[in-house]
Design a protein around this ligand. Structure first.
Ligand code: GAL
Length: 415
């Protein structure tokens, strides 16, 4: 065979391979870039590769997903939507309203999703009774992560009330330890405030103020008290908090530079990635005053419509995400709990088991609340107004009275 023919043959083979590979690739836009998040994501990538589906990674760094959603808007506007996108709550609903998401009903009925996904999640995974996203997990924000050695060395027991929490912070302060590791970014400050509002006013107040957006509740003395408490927490944060990424705050607790972090249970993934074990190296407990509630945010993958139907790869990705074995393997690493209620807690550590028990109990007792800061309380415009006021307060621009007034105005304007 002449050289020319050989080159033509190899070019043809290459083209065929490339076409085959491209046909089975999914491009996934997400913001899982920390150690723990990447470790969890590798479980999904591996799952898909075992089904011969290639993964084109589109990571957009920036905890909480704000940056990722900005990049997504640019991609869709330029007519170049990714195959699948990590999304939260109301953002899924907004894209579904635009008609941008593929219909996953066939995959969902094949997988029996309706029977195993909690109603609180289906409220976000479906639009007008059509499945438009596959839920990966259930995270919750009302957690505290503590360095066990610092608690033991300073005789601090797990606080169950605000007063005990204040005393724990004071003891750490007196011991010369930063009590609270905090990342100074609006989404983190607002995620913290979700728990403070719940603890201060209770579930009915949280519902009325941050879900129903009742102006009286938003402008109440209870809300002012919540801001006062946020101010106390602010006094227990180190001077270098501004701009700090959430996982670097978690690292401060892991390394014993700080006593506690108030953060969603994606923080658990960082402890796991650092080889730390619950009740030996770190403690996980509900933010004091929210022990009976679960304030959730679920990560879901929405599939962007590739011309009217769901593609083979999108269907394979969606069913891989919802397989019970993946739901266990992924969530064990991620720090969240499965989106399916039929996954046993066998593989989960003590914090994971607690998270699963809390979720089941809260669902039973109607104590499941969407986190406003994490896109499960109200649409993005309201969430962003909330961020603006809370971060202004946390950074000293407002006192608690002004912050309370500003919250009413900002949310009214954003509606
Ligand atoms: C949340 C997301 C989590 C984790 C966290 C920090 O919005 O649900 O999976 O990524 O942000 O980035």
């Amino acid at each position: 065979m002449t050289l020319i023919k050989q080159l033509k043959l190899s070019a043809a083979v290459l083209a065929l391979t490339a076409t085959t590979a491209a046909a089975a690739d999914v491009e996934v836009l997400h913001w899982w870039t920390s150690g723990g998040e990447a470790a969890a994501l590798n479980v999904l990538k591996g799952d898909l590769e075992s089904q011969n589906i290639g993964w084109m990674d589109m990571p957009v760094a920036g905890g909480g997903g704000e940056a990722a959603m900005t990049v997504l808007r640019a991609r869709v506007t330029s007519g170049n939507a990714p195959t699948a996108v990590q999304m939260l709550g109301f953002d899924i609903q907004d894209w579904a309203k635009e008609g941008a998401l593929a219909n996953l009903n066939d995959v969902a009925s094949e997988g029996g999703w309706d029977a195993v996904v909690p109603a609180a999640l289906q409220r976000f995974s479906k639009y007008e009774d059509q499945w438009v996203a596959a839920p990966v997990n259930v995270h919750s924000v009302n957690w505290v992560w503590a360095n066990k050695k610092l608690f033991d060395d300073n005789n601090i027991s797990v606080p169950t009330t605000w007063e005990e929490f204040e005393a724990a912070m004071q003891t750490l302060q007196d011991a010369g330890v930063t009590p609270i590791a905090q990342g100074g970014q609006p989404w983190q400050e607002a995620t913290l405030f979700d728990s403070v509002v719940m603890a201060t006013g209770g579930p009915e107040f949280y519902q009325k103020a941050l879900i129903d957006l009742d102006p009286e509740a938003l402008g109440s003395d209870t809300m002012k008290q919540a801001f006062d408490r946020l101010g106390v927490i602010r006094e227990n944060v180190d001077d270098n908090f501004s701009g700090r990424d959430w996982n670097l705050a978690t690292a401060m607790v892991i390394n014993g530079e700080a006593g506690m972090q108030i953060m969603g249970d994606w923080a658990k993934g960082e402890f796991v990635a650092a080889g730390q074990v619950p009740d030996e190296d770190f403690l996980c407990f509900r933010f004091p005053g929210t022990q009976d509630q679960v304030m959730f945010n679920a990560d879901q993958f929405a599939m962007f419509d590739q011309g009217g139907t769901v593609s083979e790869e999108q269907a394979a990705l969606a069913s891989a995400i919802m397989s019970p074995s993946f739901q266990a393997a992924f969530n064990v690493v991620k720090g969240s709990v499965p989106a399916r209620t039929d996954v046993p807690d066998t593989d989960f550590d003590a914090c994971g088991k607690k998270g699963m028990a809390d979720l089941a109990q809260a669902a039973e007792a109607d104590m499941l609340f969407g986190s406003l800061a994490q896109g499960h309380g109200a649409p993005a415009s309201i969430k962003n107004a909330y961020y603006d006021v809370v971060t202004a307060f946390f950074n000293g621009s407002f006192d608690s009275e002004t912050a309370t007034e500003e919250l009413v105005t900002a949310i009214e304007i954003a509606q």
